[in-house]
Design a protein around this ligand. Sequence first.
Ligand code: FPP
Length: 238
Amino acid sequence: MPKQTQSVAIDRSRIPAHIAIIMDGNGRWATSRLLPRSMGHREGAKKFREIASYCQEIGVKHLTVYAFSTENWKRPKEEVDTILSLFRDYLIEAKEELGQRNIRIRILGDLAPFEGELRDLIEEVQTINCREDALIANIAVNYGGRAELVTAANAAFAKKGGPITEEELAACLYTAGQPDPDLIIRTSGEYRISGFLLWQCSYSEFFFSDLLWPDFTTEELDRAIFSFQNRKRRYGGV
Ligand code: FPP
């Protein structure tokens, strides 16, 4: 059963610009209800839509979610197909209405395995015009932080032909041009980074929620933001 959480009042003038989420616990949510794991992912995809809208409402500028890792291919084919089909459904919806809803989609990850209609959709949704103040929703798919770093390092080195700087490497990451996450949330009571945004998380604040992703709420997001707002970020200084 989802835990009850006390509501907190966040300061809307100090909302983290970039929130990243490891949406964990879909499988356990379904299994605990004697449902197939695919139902957990279905609920998880709905939850993503709800949380993205709320982020937009409170003024988050960048939202990054971990939808499918490079390791997730090891799951049963049916489960992989479900996750990718939910991703595809979201892209179709994005193509039709996200321009009006003012959400700009960015896909982070190695897109090589995606071909045909899915690949076309991935390319298309990233070109949808939005206003300047759009929420940037980054969806990490076939994403691995180590792979991202190796790809970026090789690209930066190839461009320059010699030793590279931090800025040159950052400019070759999937998140190039975007700020690093201020706040990273992982749900489901797990305390791991699982290769998510390994470079970009250097100075992020972390919040671990016991709620399974389909049970996550806007109130729990407020709790994460409230916790963030009450921390002192020192970036290695005093
Ligand atoms: C982690 O839970 C969740 C995933 C690996 C998949 C997340 C995918 C979606 C929410 C759907 C597609 C996304 C979008 C953005 C439309 P888990 O299966 O590892 O849960 P468990 O640890 O309880 O098994």
